[in-house]
Design a protein around this ligand. Sequence first.
Ligand code: CS2
Ligand code: MG
Length: 412
Amino acid sequence: MNIESADVIVTSPNRNFVTLKITTSDGVYGLGDATLNGRELAVVAYLRDHVVPLLIGRDASRIEDTWQFLYRSAYWRRGPVTMAAVAAVDMALWDIKGKAAGMPVYQLLGGASRTGLLAYGHASGKELPEVFDSIRDHHEQGYRAIRVQTGVPGLKSIYGIASNATFEANSGVRYDHEPAQRGGLPNEEDWDTRSYLRHVPTVFEAVRNEFGPELPLLHDGHHRMTPIQAAQLGKSLEPYDLFWLEDCTPAENQEALRLVRQHTTTPLAIGEIFNSIWDYQLIIREQLVDYVRSAVTHAGGITHLKKIMEYASIYQIKSGFHGPTDISPVGLAAQLHLGMAIHNFGIQEYMKHGEKTDRVFQQSFTFEDGYLHPGEKPGLGVDLDVDEAGTYPYVRAYLPYNRLADGTVHDW
Ligand code: CS2
Ligand code: MG
């Protein structure tokens, strides 16, 4: 079953997506997600100009060998663009192997370790009443775990809060939060960590008072605090028993987590911008994190993220795979299959895609009573309507960035 063709499909129904479609000499095809929000075309070029020529004629069944070949023969290793390209090939080959075997991919990964995958959704609001409404809305949608993001007095716009701008700009589909803005330059947002640190604990206190102690609550610090500020927030949130505090500080310097760990027992989740096992090496070995946040799309595919989870399992660290709308339905499906099979599954982020996206990507996963399941279709269980995809041309979109009151650029 040799690879006969490989097409890079770019579409922009509710937002931009990049999908690799590999077709074999037997006519079996597989899909892989290569979407890198705000830098999509860099991965398109890496795939079209450099990877696709290497795939033609290769034996599609040799997934590990192809992974190693693409990773090592490039000479230049790691990084978001390379690892998204490698990930797309990897996902497509697992999809093909599942179809050829007549099995859903999770069966090839060792079978089901659970009946379903606990998911969390994104509740948000500028003020408390909006936050409460959004939590109730997510409850009604069936979510049993909820991430809470809140506005901060004095800040015009902040990560994680749906604003009217995102609503109108994204063809009228109500996304809780779609940060990448189409057709322009990056939005500049304002940030002040001290007002955020004062405000967030008051919101979680109010949410606990309103919704009780059981509901698993998550929060995303989105890389904005210094290690000691992250320690401060983790500590001040302890009374509200968070499921996790995510991306509490930029983690290029993995040792930064030592200071956070020293001061708080709030569980920590990190890794959505990590692309390889080496980004986790120290923080896993030193037990400085509790959840691995990588996405299959950005961490070298099912093959590599499975290795990260095996390493994490030695330290009882669980998965918390990244699942916002900029992970395409193909990438989400791949994570659900991996999540079904690994032992150390923790929770899966699940932001719902829009109607147009659902027309482009036919999906077979289910979301019932708070739990996701990849479905039983052979392969990944997702198909792409190439003609429908062709009706939504790419529109360049940038993620926002932050500046502090004194004009300094800050992590967004
Ligand atoms: C976020 C993402 O979902 C999350 O946890 O951190 O929404 C992130 O902002 C986007 O993926 C950026 O493209
Ligand atoms: Mg995040």
